[in-house]
Design a protein around this ligand. Structure first.
Ligand code: PHE
Length: 459
């Protein structure tokens, strides 16, 4: 039984699945966020904690999501309905649907900035400017209503066009082009960075841990980021899992995607910090690290224009393969549960998310800058921050918690074994360890992060 439903689209090759799933995981989280939080939270010690979170929580939940999706052969909501009919478990899928909608709304805005920075790099917009003026350039972009909305829209249309093509001829096809491109660009940037005079300080910052720099908050940020970076907790990997052929080995696939995501995050750090230290720029610059700090660095590098174009292209490509995976969660739901033709579902989902995304983008401008929405534990926030905080602090952790509990406690153990072993065709000597992680370790650690994140208790 390769597929219950002959009509159902799916990935056509093992490599295609790997590129698509790794493409989902590898995104702005790796290249924009990971370096800046590593900078803020002290470097190597933070990275070690992050790696631990990836191995103990990220990996088992990735496998759990693949297992749910491939078992049910459905979208995130339909999967829970199929595996546990007449129960409230489908609400987990619904939460994922809402998370997908919220995340893509603000993700598209940041991705729009990266598109604008490709243009800035090509036209030399930041060449010759001092640090203050480069900062002003970024603020000028995000506070400009027209540019924000237009670039966000360009990015969303691109995302929509790829998803419109379907799984094999859209997502898989483009992932197979975009992911190798991303790898090539990042390796070129790495070679440049580590051969800069004075690069060693940046390399030390990344790889020799100073545990005295580690705070409790850093541990929580590391865990939260492990989730976001691996695209977990909102049904992306459930949806992609449902397109994985029955002969593929889910365990090794989850392992490979996890390793790829982690390696690219480290390579992104390696492309950025040696340059940051070599040119004496502040490593703990925060969210502006790649948009403000790096243009300063490019200005001081020989051939800076080329490195700038390559870097922002890398960022946009990474964002694109992640955005398509988020859009697919919404499209698969519209198409399968609401029985909409897939093309119509794609247009509708893209339009709806672009609309909310435009509102998110406008929240840094004078148009909607004074519209504040309350979020328990976080006060009142502008729309962009509200969508970001709602998904990062509520929806993803709760989604991950329920997903691990579902596979660990609710699904029949024989069914889980049957799915991950391909009905006994592959040996799964690691199954006991997986169960301990999914049943106990992951839920407890996520619960701690969740309660801390919403301020129920503080470390
Ligand atoms: N993992 C993506 C990144 O690192 C973001 C993402 C989150 C994608 C959740 C899908 C689901 O940028």
């Amino acid at each position: 039984m390769d597929n219950n439903n002959v009509q159902r689209d799916g990935f056509s090759s093992r490599l295609g699945i790997l590129f698509a799933a790794a493409g989902s995981a590898i995104g702005l989280g790796n290249i924009w966020k990971f370096p800046y939080i590593t900078g803020v939270y002290g470097g190597a010690a933070f990275i070690l904690v992050y790696l631990l979170c990836i191995a103990l929580i990220g990996l088992p939940i990735m496998l759990s999501e693949f297992t749910i999706g491939r078992r049910a052969q459905k979208n995130a909501i339909g999967s829970f309905k199929t595996l546990k009919p007449n129960s409230p478990w489908f609400l987990t899928g619904w939460m994922g649907f809402i998370a997908a909608f919220s995340i893509l709304s603000f993700y598209g805005v940041v991705a729009g900035w990266t598109v604008d920075y490709i243009v800035k790099a090509i036209t030399g917009a930041y060449v010759g400017l001092d640090a203050d003026a480069i900062g002003g350039l970024f603020v000028g972009l995000i506070s400009n209503p027209v540019m924000t909305v237009v670039y966000q829209l360009i990015f969303m249309i691109l995302t929509g066009l790829i998803v419109y093509g379907g799984i094999k001829d859209g997502i898989e096809k483009y992932s197979k082009i975009l992911m190798p491109l991303l790898l090539v660009i990042i390796v070129i940037l790495d070679v440049r960075a580590v051969t800069l005079p004075g690069a060693s300080e940046g390399i030390n910052f990344l790889f020799s841990p100073d545990f005295s720099a580690l705070s409790a908050e850093a541990v929580l940020v590391a865990l939260g980021h492990a989730f976001f970076s691996l695209s977990l907790g909102m049904g992306t990997m459930i949806t992609y899992g449902s397109y994985i052929g029955k002969k593929e080995d889910l365990g090794s696939m989850a392992l490979q995607v996890t390793i790829a995501d982690t390696v690219i995050a480290l390579l992104a750090g390696l492309a950025i910090f040696p340059a940051v230290f070599a040119f004496g720029v502040e490593p703990a610059a925060g969210p502006g690290l790649v948009f403000i700090t790096l243009p300063n660095v490019f200005n001081q590098m020989a051939g800076g224009m080329i490195w700038g174009v390559l870097f922002f292209l890398l960022l946009a490509v990474a964002a694109l393969t992640s955005a398509i995976s988020i859009l697919e969660v919404v499209v698969a739901y519209f198409a399968e549960e609401l029985k909409m033709p897939r093309h119509k579902a794609t247009i509708l989902a893209t339009a709806a998310i672009s609309f909310v995304g435009a509102l998110a983008g406008l929240s840094y401008t004078s148009v909607l800058g004074n519209v504040l929405i309350p979020l328990p534990g976080f006060g009142s926030l502008v729309i962009f921050d509200w969508l970001d905080m709602l998904s990062a602090n509520y929806l993803l952790p709760l989604g991950g918690l329920f997903i691990s509990i579902f596979v660990g406690w609710i699904m029949k153990k024989e069914d889980v074994i049957d799915e991950v072993s391909n009905s006994g065709a592959i040996k799964i000597s690691w199954f006991g360890a997986f169960m301990i992680l999914a049943k106990v370790v992951a839920p407890i650690m996520i619960a701690i992060v969740f309660l801390n994140g919403i301020g129920i208790f503080k470390f």
